[in-house]
Design a binder for this molecule. Structure first.
Ligand SMILES: Cc1ncc(COP(=O)(O)O)c(C=O)c1O
Length: 439
């Protein structure tokens, strides 16, 4: 079946769907099952787009799509195109890169996030680079007093490790709002942000440690006084959750990258910068001042307009070729972020039904963080399921030996669902988990 078409039966077929109907109405009424899982919906079958990665090891059950997302076939051609451009055009390849490839990546990001202007997007190899350059532009960076920072306590290591080090050296004063209990988190974060006067307020859209979706982050950050530089870490949201930055694009910074749900691999991270703030990063590379490169270098360092002021220096362009190729392939197949999300939710529901029924090894619903919510209108989960258990690290290794690929962060075992999975894969996963020998 071509991707992008709805399938009422998933890969289980009519018979499987009918059986699920028969046993499921009671669970549905009691909120133990979701409607999508009851009818066995797998909205998309896009496996043909991933034939090379899936075919590399057919027995592997790769459920770490939230980390290393499998690469679509389109990335291979893109990789070769980057090589050909370098071989054939030599130095002149940069004309193509800055004339076509780079603007195409900016335009895709602007389209996906609803930005008014692609010029608001700057790139770097990773988000850590962008964070450091952005922080070096804050007025308090000059060191007369510590930079006042507010974040959640669920920020990824690129932020939290750096902030811990900055705290050691006295560069920052940092408060972190506890993510849990989730039920009260948004209001606790709002109250903390409104109570203090911060130089930097930084929060993830989707928490890497749980998959919890901080829906309100855009609205809360955008309502803070202009003196606060406000940044959303969108790495677990970009290309996973439909995100309209339009109403916030004049106020907020947003960073993300290609490694996860954008399916493009390493090296294509980006910062969306609002206009008019005219920040001057102290950590700056020559790609941030291209426009003035041929002019005499004056005492005062000049910056390009728009987000380009956050650029570093010479970068590897191949990841942008891959990112553009993925975006083009999805567009050609009429696959949207919304349809990928619906697909992943249906797969997660199916897996959680197995877990709830005790047919997914020793995983249990009471390990799930945040807990299961089957209501149709209110969902706060990204594209991975987090099971909190003391043996998460050992269990992840145990799974890997059986070629079930997941990952573990501290005491959290994460299962990531993606476009390349089908309902049948989820059933195979549950079956294999159930058949595992004891550790
Ligand atoms: C929330 C979040 N932000 C950022 C990153 C990546 O950071 P970096 O690009 O600095 O390696 C990750 C990676 O897993 C993440 O989960």
């Amino acid at each position: 079946m071509p991707a992008g078409r709805a399938s009422a039966h998933g890969t289980l077929g009519r018979f499987g769907a009918a059986k699920r109907y028969a046993r499921g109405w009671r669970e549905l009424e009691q909120g133990e099952l979701s409607f999508a899982s009851l009818i066995g919906v797998t909205i998309l079958d896009a496996t043909h787009l991933f034939a090379a990665a899936l075919g590399a090891e057919p027995e592997r059950l790769h459920f770490a799509a939230h980390s290393h997302h499998l690469w679509p076939n389109a990335t291979k051609d893109a990789q070769e195109r980057a090589w050909r451009d370098a071989a054939e055009l030599a130095d002149e390849k940069w004309d193509r890169i800055f004339g076509e490839v780079y603007p195409a990546s900016q335009a895709h990001i602007a389209r996906i996030l609803g930005l008014p202007n692609p010029g608001r997007v700057a790139f770097s190899a990773n988000t850590h680079d962008l964070l450091v350059r952005l922080m070096s532009a804050l007025p308090a960076w000059e060191g007369k007093r510590p930079i006042k920072v507010l974040s959640t306590d669920a920020e990824f290591h690129s932020f939290s490790r750096q902030l811990r080090r900055f705290r050691e050296s006295g560069r920052v004063e940092w408060e972190a709002v506890a993510a849990e209990p989730f039920e009260t988190f948004p209001e606790r974060f709002r109250a903390a942000a409104e109570a203090g006067s911060y130089d930097l307020v930084f929060a993830s859209h989707v928490f890497f440690s749980s998959g919890y979706v901080f829906d309100e982050v855009f609205e809360i950050l955008a309502s803070l006084p202009d003196s606060a530089t406000c940044v959303v870490d969108g790495y677990h949201g970009f290309c996973a959750l439909e995100t309209d930055m339009g109403p916030y694009a004049d106020r907020l910074y947003y960073m993300s990258g290609g490694y996860k749900y954008a399916m493009s691999g390493e090296g294509v991270c980006f910062l969306v910068a609002p206009p008019g703030r005219e920040l001057r990063p102290e950590i700056t590379g020559w790609f941030a001042g291209f426009d003035s490169l041929t002019e005499a270098q004056t005492e005062l360092v000049g910056y390009d307009r728009g987000a380009a002021r956050f650029m570093g220096a010479t970068f590897e362009p191949t990841p942008m070729y891959r990112f553009n190729a993925v975006c083009d392939a999805l567009t050609a197949e009429k696959i949207t972020v919304a349809s990928i999300h619906a697909h992943c939710e249906a797969l997660q529901d199916r897996f959680l039904d197995h877990v709830g029924a005790g047919s997914a090894g020793d995983l249990h619903l009471d390990q799930l963080t945040p807990g299961r919510d089957t209501s149709a209108d209110r969902r706060r989960r990204g594209h991975f399921l987090t099971f909190r258990r003391e043996d998460a690290q050992e269990q992840q290794k145990h799974y890997a030996e059986a070629r079930i690929i997941t990952d573990a962060r501290g005491d959290r075992l994460r299962f990531g669902f993606g476009l390349y999975h089908t309902a049948q894969d989820v059933d195979r996963l549950a079956e294999r988990l159930s058949g595992l020998p004891d550790r």
